[in-house]
Ligand binder design. Structure first.
Ligand SMILES: NC(=O)c1ccc[n+]([C@@H]2O[C@H](COP(=O)([O-])OP(=O)(O)OC[C@H]3O[C@@H](n4cnc5c(N)ncnc54)[C@H](OP(=O)(O)O)[C@@H]3O)[C@@H](O)[C@H]2O)c1
Length: 277
């Protein structure tokens, strides 16, 4: 599988498996099936309440731990140092592992102390609980502050990104700093299958619109995608995106689609960066 190499030595497979909102047996069997198909990058979070199932699947797969890239996240109301430690310990226990590959802050906090939280995240890495650290749902100003004021360069940023939502400023910044850019909702929760232009490109290549949407992401240098697919068939189809040869004409069509559909915008979200024009 193609990988992204970050400034601090993380080698992240470009295609991973998202696990929200699966839980229990559905999650366990999805992760096990993905691992059998060759996925080696799995995305979970404390808030998904499925870490136990993810850990069981990993155990049952018998894949060597060092071959996997496992991400978990700390929820935004747990960003005080003690709570961050407790959340991490709980995640590791449920995942049945001594470390995660990427430990992320899931969302910026409310009335929080970002420097303290980010320094705690970095300390958890130093203590061996995580091989690398990352942040999710950070707008550009906060990411810049993390790097330029707090002196912490995350290995990865995870944000919503798909062919119907632009993220130019964050992409440029992560490229400059050799961070992985992990695209969540890479299929725009299946809205990509309703866009006539994507359907046309897909028909030309005899593939599904989801495959086209994934390839558009995966061909960008530091971008990884973590589609959630609970069944083996969709997981297998999504792997085909890695080898789809999109043409310059296809890219002109896809790049030209309006990029203004933000799907994940809860009430605790930060003030987002302006949409790409
Ligand atoms: N950091 C954050 O704040 C954040 C926020 C949201 C999501 N995430 C992460 O990102 C992951 C992905 O995002 P998402 O699940 O919201 O959206 P998504 O991956 O864009 O879409 C998931 C949907 O696409 C379907 N699907 C996948 N492959 C398909 C295929 N080949 N053909 C047809 N349908 C297909 C899935 O159905 P089936 O399951 O039936 O295949 C599911 O309904 C999450 O699971 C989570 O790990 C992170």
């Amino acid at each position: 599988m193609q990988t992204i190499e970050t400034h601090d030595g993380l080698s992240l497979p470009k295609l991973g498996l998202g696990t929200w909102p699966t839980k229990d047996e559905e999650c366990r069997s999805a992760v096990l099936s993905a691992l059998e198909l060759g996925y080696r990058h799995i995305d979970t979070a404390a808030a998904y309440e499925n870490e136990d199932a993810v850990g069981t699947a990993i155990q049952q797969s018998s894949i060597a731990r060092e071959e996997l890239r496992l991400t978990t996240k700390i929820w935004w109301d747990q960003l005080q140092p003690d709570a961050m430690r407790a959340s991490t310990e709980s995640s590791l226990r449920k995942l049945k592992t001594d470390y995660v590959d990427l430990l992320m802050i899931h969302w910026p906090g409310q009335d929080w102390e970002p420097q303290r939280a980010l320094e705690t995240l970095a300390a958890l890495k130093e203590e061996g609980k995580a091989r690398h650290i990352g942040v999710a749902n950070f707008p550009l100003a906060l990411l810049r502050q993390t790097v330029e004021e707090f002196g912490i360069v995350p290995a990865a940023l995870q944000v919503e990104y798909h062919v119907l939502l632009g993220q130019r400023a964050l992409l440029d910044y992560t490229q400059q700093h050799k961070m992985a850019f992990v695209a969540y909702c890479p299929l725009a929760r299946m809205r990509v299958s309703e866009v006539p232009q994507i359907l046309t490109v897909a028909a030309k290549h005899y593939v599904k619109p989801t495959t086209v949407a994934l390839k558009w992401l995966l061909m960008q240098p530091n971008v990884a995608a973590i589609p959630k697919a609970s069944g083996r068939e969709n997981q297998k189809t999504n792997l085909e995106a890695l080898d789809l040869p999109l043409t310059d004409d296809d890219l002109t069509v896809l790049n030209g689609l309006p990029k203004n559909q933000r799907l994940v915008d809860p009430e605790f979200a930060p003030k987002w960066d302006p949409l790409d024009t």
